[in-house]
Write a protein that binds this ligand. Structure first.
Ligand code: 5AD
Ligand code: SF4
Length: 439
C-alpha cells in the first residue's frame, strides 16, 4: 500500500536539504511525499532551535495538527532536527501528539523509528555522529525546481557563546567531494540551474584523501566547472576563515555568484570577544576591504544580534556605524535570546532589558532598510544577468529571478523562459525588489 509522507521544514537552508534526505530515506520504504498534511499517514516536522521563537512556532504548529490525529488515530507524527536533538524525551512528556523524535544525524534510522511508532511505541534516536554526512544519499526533493541546496559540511566547531548549533548538530565534518559533485551534476542534468553549497562555516570545508587536501575554494571551482550554465552560491562564511583564495576563485569564475553572506553579529570588539567570534571589528573591516578589492561588484549580507549580554549604548552605536561603513546589501537581524546550555547562558548574564533589545533592534532594522534601498538604487540603469525562476508572487504576467548578487528582480516575460538566463535592464526599485525589462 502506498504510504503518504508530509514534511514541514523550519529553520535554515540546511534543514531544507535535510528534509530532502529524509524524503529520500523514506522513499526506500515506499513513502511518497504529499503536499497536504490531511492526506498523510506520517507527518514529520523538521525543526530549528536557534532562537526561542523558532521553537515556539513549532509548538504552535503542533497544536494545529492535533485535530488530524483525532480524525486519524493511526497518524504518526515525528519531530526531526535541532529541536528534537535539544529536547529529546522531554518532547514525549510535554507533547503527547509526538510519536517519533529524530535528531539530525539519525535519518538513516527513520524506517525503523517509523516501524516502532507504527507498533504503538514512542521511538527516539538522538545519537550525534562524528562522521555522518549522508554523502551517499541522493536527496529527493519532490519538485522540479531551478535552485537546489547541497550540504557540504555538517555540524560546527566554532563555539560562539550564544549559539546552540554545536550542541544540536555536533562536531564539524566535511562531505566527500565526489558525492557533492555527483549531486550537483545530477541536479544540473535534471534541469536545475543553481546550487547553493551549505555549511555552518563553508570556508572550513576540508577533505583529506591520501596526500591531497581539498579546501573550499577548490571544491567550489570544481562545482562551477560542471557547466557554465550552472550558478553556484554558498553560505555561510565565517569572517575568521574567509580566504583570499576563495575571493580570487570567485573573481575568476563567472558562474560563482558574487554574493557573500558574512555574519558580523556586532560592531563592538568587546561584544565580539564575549561572543567568542574570534575576530575584532577591525578584522571584519579588513575582510570587507578584501572583498571590495578582489570582487568590486560583490554584494555582502550579514546577521546581526541586538542586546547581547552587557551590550551598552556605545557598543550598539558601534554596530550601527559598522553597518553604515560596510553598506550591507541585506541583513538578518535578531534580538538576543538566551539558549539554555550555551556558554553565554552558563557564564554571562542576559542583562539587557527586553525593551532595550527591541529598541536597538528597531534602530538596526531601520538603518538596514535605508542601506538596502541604497543598494537597490545603485542598480538603476544597470543591466543584470538574471536566472529566471518562475512567475512573480504577485502576478502571472511577471517573472522573477535573481541577479548574481542575490537581488530579486521582477520583469514581464514568458514562463517558458524559466531556467534561462536573461539580461534585464533595471528601471525601478523598492526596498525588497528590483524591477526592469528584458533587453
Ligand atoms: N539569539 C539571537 N540570535 C541568534 N543567532 C544564533 N543564536 C542566536 C541567539 N541565541 C543568530 C545569529 C546567527 C543566525 C543564524 O542566528 O545571528 O548568525
Ligand atoms: Fe536552526 Fe541552526 Fe538547526 Fe539550522 S542548524 S535549523 S539555524 S538551529
Amino acid at each position: 500500500m502506498e504510504k503518504k509522507l508530509y514534511i514541514e521544514t523550519y529553520g535554515c537552508q540546511m534543514n531544507i536539504a535535510d528534509s530532502d534526505v529524509i524524503a529520500s530515506v523514506l522513499s526506500g520504504t515506499g513513502h511518497r511525499l504529499v503536499k497536504d498534511p490531511g492526506e498523510a499517514g506520517l507527518i514529520l516536522i523538521n525543526t530549528c532551535s536557534v532562537r526561542e521563537n523558532a521553537e515556539q512556532r513549532v509548538l504552535n504548529r503542533l497544536k494545529q495538527l492535533r485535530h488530524l490525529k483525532k480524525k486519524n488515530p493511526g497518524l504518526i507524527v515525528g519531530l526531526a532536527g535541532c529541536m528534537a536533538e535539544r529536547l529529546r524525551e522531554k518532547l514525549f512528556d510535554t507533547e503527547d501528539l509526538i510519536d517519533i523524535v529524530a535528531g539530525p544525524d539519525s535519518y538513516r534510522d527513520l524506517p525503523s523509528l517509523v516501524a516502532e511508532a507504527a507498533s504503538g511505541k514512542k521511538a527516539m534516536n538522538v545519537q550525534l555522529s562524528r562522521c555522518e554526512t549522508y554523502s551517499d544519499i541522493l536527496p529527493h526533493s519532490g519538485h522540479d525546481g531551478i535552485s537546489a541546496f547541497i550540504s557540504i559540511t555538517r555540524g560546527c566547531n566554532n563555539m560562539c557563546s550564544y549559539c546552540i548549533v554545536p550542541y544540536v548538530r555536533g562536531a564539524e565534518r566535511s562531505r566527500n567531494p565526489e558525492s557533492i559533485l555527483g549531486e550537483a551534476r545530477m541536479h544540473f542534468e535534471s534541469g536545475f540551474r543553481e546550487v547553493t553549497l551549505l555549511g555552518q562555516n563553508v570556508d572550513s570545508y576540508k577533505w583529506v584523501s591520501g596526500n591531497e587536501t581539498i579546501e573550499f575554494h577548490a571544491l567550489i571551482a570544481a562545482v562551477a566547472g560542471i557547466d557554465p550554465r550552472l550558478r553556484v552560491r554558498f553560505t555561510t562564511s565565517h569572517p575568521k576563515d574567509l580566504s583570499e583564495e576563495l575571493l580570487k576563485t570567485m573573481a575568476e569564475q563567472n558562474n560563482i555568484c558574487k554574493h557573500i553572506h558574512l555574519p558580523v553579529q556586532s560592531g563592538s570588539s568587546r561584544i565580539l570577544r564575549l561572543m567568542n567570534r574570534e575576530y575584532t571589528r577591525e578584522d571584519y573591516m579588513s575582510r570587507i576591504e578584501a572583498i571590495r578589492r578582489i570582487i568590486p561588484e560583490c554584494s555582502v549580507s550579514t546577521d546581526i544580534i541586538s542586546g547581547f549580554c552587557t551590550e551598552t549604548d556605545e557598543d550598539h552605536r558601534e554596530t550601527l556605524s559598522l553597518m553604515e561603513w560596510a553598506g550591507f546589501d541585506f541583513a538578518f537581524m535578531f534580538r538576543y535570546s538566551e539558549r539554555p546550555g550555551t556558554r553565554a547562558a552558563r557564564k554571562l548574564r542576559d542583562d539587557v532589558p527586553e525593551e532595550v533589545k527591541t529598541k536597538r533592534l528597531n534602530e538596526i532594522i531601520s538603518l538596514q532598510n535605508s542601506l538596502s534601498l541604497r543598494s537597490k538604487k545603485n542598480d538603476l540603469g544597470k543591466i543584470h544577468e538574471v536566472l529566471v525562476e518562475g512567475y512573480s508572487k504577485r502576478s502571472k504576467e511577471d517573472l522573477t529571478g535573481r541577479t548574481s548578487q542575490n537581488k530579486v528582480v521582477v520583469f514581464p516575460g514568458d514562463y517558458r523562459k524559466r531556467g534561462d538566463y536573461v539580461n534585464v535592464l533595471i528601471e525601478k526599485y523598492t526596498s525588497a525588489t528590483l524591477k526592469g525589462r528584458i533587453i
